[in-house]
Design a protein around this ligand. Structure first.
Ligand code: SF4
Length: 238
């Protein structure tokens, strides 16, 4: 099997897996095309400049005892069949595993969320992107049927019993009222840990959601969400 293709590595982070010191590996490739994607260089399946998984695994071996966890982010990690082997190798090194996903491949996600009888879960924490109202998914991601894929993945995450956070990035054209409705829908589905994220980037001073000039109405709107979740966060930089 082809080895996991990576577009980059952050050797230490405290924010990508709550409560853990972690390294983040950025998986190459994603079939969706969200207009606000922060990592467009990770979208092609291959760039010819990937970081080899073997090199990263050697690095992680040297970090044993210094890091708690490894987070697989992207791109879309579940786009690569080689992910499962990489997760197992990370577990064997003694790290916990975090997974950032948009829920693009629910069947693969279902397998990753299984608990093999001989061991603990393959994944210890999941950050699941909830792009926006289901009827907006195709417009946000550029892919028809994307909302149904997310919907299935959301159910899988909630049924798995694995720790998670669901998060929505404020996107161009969204209104606070629309995303309040989306948050209500997620809460009714059983989501208990949720976040709104304003985009990071050079355009943060413009008048779009996430721009500094426009953050206040979103922050005000977010207060309505607080009672609906066990934990809700409004993040202004991701
Ligand atoms: S799903 Fe994530 S990685 Fe893929 S295009 Fe959207 S924001 Fe970027």
């Amino acid at each position: 099997m082809q080895e996991l293709r990576l577009g980059g590595l952050v050797p230490l982070t405290t924010i990508d897996f709550p409560g853990r010191l972690a390294a983040v590996v950025f998986c190459q490739g994603c079939p969706w095309r969200c207009g606000y994607c922060q990592n467009p260089h990770l979208l092609p399946v291959s760039t010819g400049r990937e970081v080899g998984w073997g090199r990263v695994r050697d690095f992680l071996e040297r970090r044993r005892g210094l890091l708690d966890a490894v987070v697989f982010s992207g791109g879309e990690p579940t786009a690569q069949p080689a992910l499962e082997v990489a997760l197992a190798q990370v577990k064997a090194l003694g790290f916990e595993v975090g997974l950032h996903t948009a829920g693009i491949y629910p069947q693969r996600l279902a397998r990753l969320l299984e608990r093999p009888s001989s061991a603990g879960p393959r994944v210890d924490w999941i950050g699941l992107d909830a792009k926006g109202p289901l009827e907006r998914y195709a417009a946000i991601t550029g892919v028809r049927g994307a909302g149904a894929r997310f919907r299935r993945s959301l159910d899988l995450v909630l049924e798995s019993g694995i720790a998670y956070e669901v998060r929505t990035t404020l996107y161009d054209g969204a209104t606070p009222q629309e995303l309040i409705g989306w948050a209500r829908w997620l809460a009714d589905c059983g989501v208990r840990r949720y976040a709104w994220q304003a985009r990071r980037g050079a355009d943060r001073r413009d008048d779009r959601p996430g721009g500094l000039d426009e953050i206040a109405p979103w922050r005000r709107a977010s207060r309505e969400l607080v009672p609906w979740f066990e934990h809700f966060e409004f993040r202004t930089a991701v």
